[in-house]
Design a protein around this ligand. Structure first.
Ligand code: ATP
Ligand code: MG
Length: 482
């Protein structure tokens, strides 16, 4: 309703001011006049005008400055600039300051009213457009918020119905989401846990260990054991900008299968050992029963060699069985470099006859380990033995021991055939023999499985770094004891 629009005139008293008042009132506008800055401020505080006309000079102020200040406060307010006479400089400044019109004498009443109406129409359109845009943006925001709320509900439904346990937490390990499977696994009931520290919600020791190790590096698997025999494989995955998730799969049946298989191997190997000892004993006795010819002696030696080989294999299997069953509990303070000497003594003649160049690099500050010396010796025998076995004559082996943080690091490096990347993990499996091994190199594929069990039972880690054709480095980390 333009007729009720308030027009504020910020002009010094003059005949033109009177003319404007008369013209605008006659056209039906409400008109207010300000003669100085304080009355101007008072006017706009009482009612924001629909339009302002500002004089070139207003109460000793530059009209452009007054206009700019008004536009700072009311960016969509249309302002018409009145100059005493026309100059191109004014027109430019009007544009530069973003004012909406410019009038100057000679002026007739209709000129004033026309200019005011034009500016008001333009401002009205701008206002309409602004309102439409604001509405459009808010409604599209509201739509987005709706969608993400719907998505969130959907996601929550999916996660809560997943068979595996899922817990999502924020960066300080406080629960954001806990699914039904997790509640069942830990018997948590229906309580609300959002915002609570996960370590307070789930007090299982294995879970605590997983959470505390999560900051250490890229490890992310951990077994969670329960007294009733259930075992879960938990995986910790960091989620950028959210925190992390722990997922848990029930692997009780796999563990049970593994146990049955180990029990079977253990029983069979145990039962085989006694008859083998008898076979070996009798082959030794045969020699004493009377003179044997060359051929008979040779056959007996081969027989003894084979029986010895099977006996070694069975001893390895029994060892593995004992290690895996956790019977290896003997612990003493030992120096890894000290045990290494015995291993090297044992292989001395083999190294010389092949020949292989073996060098040592042992730091001075090696801390002791709390370990079973027999097992540690077995581990070293297998690693050094493999290096000698698989490295062709003329090759090099480097055995190094040093400290890294509080861990003793053993490296057995060779210039042998190397192991392809896809087989590097598999060589630690029972009976696995890689395809690279030179023809005629015998073995049962149990050595590294024993090494891994020994390292695991000492809370250490073992892996191999290798390049086909260049050589392999077996690395063992064992926690030291200060
Ligand atoms: P044994 O039970 O007598 O030790 P093995 O030496 O074949 O038999 P592992 O010691 O378990 O068994 O080793 C598994 C496989 O890993 C080997 O068959 C071989 O292919 C590969 N391997 C182990 N050590 C090396 C090495 N230093 N260089 C290259 N390949 C190796
Ligand atoms: Mg071996």
């Amino acid at each position: 309703m333009p007729k009720q629009d308030l027009i504020l005139l910020a002009l010094n008293p003059s005949p033109i001011l009177d003319l404007m008042q008369r013209a605008l009132r006659a056209a039906g506008y409400e008109v207010a006049v300000a003669h100085d800055l304080s009355s101007l401020n008072k006017s706009v505080q009482e009612a924001i005008p629909a339009l302002m006309i500002v004089g070139e000079r207003f109460s000793d102020q530059d009209g452009f400055i007054v206009s700019s200040e008004m536009l700072e406060r009311f960016p969509t307010l249309p302002i018409i600039f009145y100059a005493d006479k026309d100059t191109t400089g004014f027109a430019k400044s009007v544009l530069r300051h973003g004012l909406s019109g410019y009038i100057y004498p000679p002026l007739q009443m209709s000129d004033i009213v026309d200019e005011v109406q034009k500016s008001l129409t333009r401002a009205g359109k701008l206002g309409d457009w602004l309102r439409r845009e604001v509405k459009r943006t808010t409604s599209s925001l509201a739509e987005k918020a709706n969608i993400s709320e719907a998505e969130r509900v959907k996601l929550e439904a999916i996660i809560s119905n997943i068979q595996d346990g899922v817990v999502v937490m924020d960066e300080s390990q406080r629960v954001l989401l806990i699914n039904r499977a997790t509640r069942e696994i830990f018997n948590l009931g229906d309580k609300e846990f959002t915002g609570k520290a996960l370590s307070d919600v789930i007090t299982n020791a294995d879970m605590a260990a997983l959470l505390s190790r999560s900051s250490e590096g890229p490890l992310k698997y951990h077994e969670i054991n329960f007294d009733d025999g259930r075992v879960f494989n938990a995986q910790y995955t960091p989620i950028p900008k959210i925190g992390a998730a722990v997922t848990m799969q029930d692997i009780s049946y796999l563990k049970e299968l593994d146990r049955l298989k180990s029990d079977f191997i253990h029983t069979v190997s145990h039962d085989l050992r006694s008859p083998l000892t008898a076979v070996l004993g009798y082959t030794e006795l045969v020699e004493r029963t009377g003179p044997l010819n060359e051929n008979q002696l040779e056959f007996l030696r081969r027989l003894q060699g084979s029986v010895q080989h099977i006996t070694n294999l069975i001893n390895d299997l029994l060892d593995l069985g004992r290690l895996e069953a956790g019977f290896d509990t003997r612990r003493e303070m030992i120096q890894l470099d000290g045990v290494l000497k015995y291993t090297l003594d044992m292989f001395d003649s083999q190294i010389k006859t092949k020949p292989i160049d073996l060098s040592l690099d042992i730091s001075e500050n090696i801390l002791p380990l709390r370990a079973n010396p027999i097992r540690i010796r077995q581990m070293l025998d297998n690693l050094v033995g493999n290096a000698i076995k698989y490295t062709p004559s003329g090759g090099h082996i480097l055995v190094s021991i040093n400290m890294q943080d509080k861990q003793v690091v053993l490296k057995v490096q060779d210039t042998g055939p190397g192991i392809s990347p896809d087989e590097q993990n598999r060589v630690f499996e029972k009976f696995y023999r890689a395809t690279n091994a030179p023809d005629g190199v015998l073995g049962s594929g149990l050595g590294l499985a024993i090494v891994k069990s020994i390292v695991d039972s000492h809370q250490g880690r073992v892996w191999v770094e290798s390049t086909l054709g260049k050589g392999s480095t077996f690395v063992v980390l064992l926690p030291s004891q200060e």
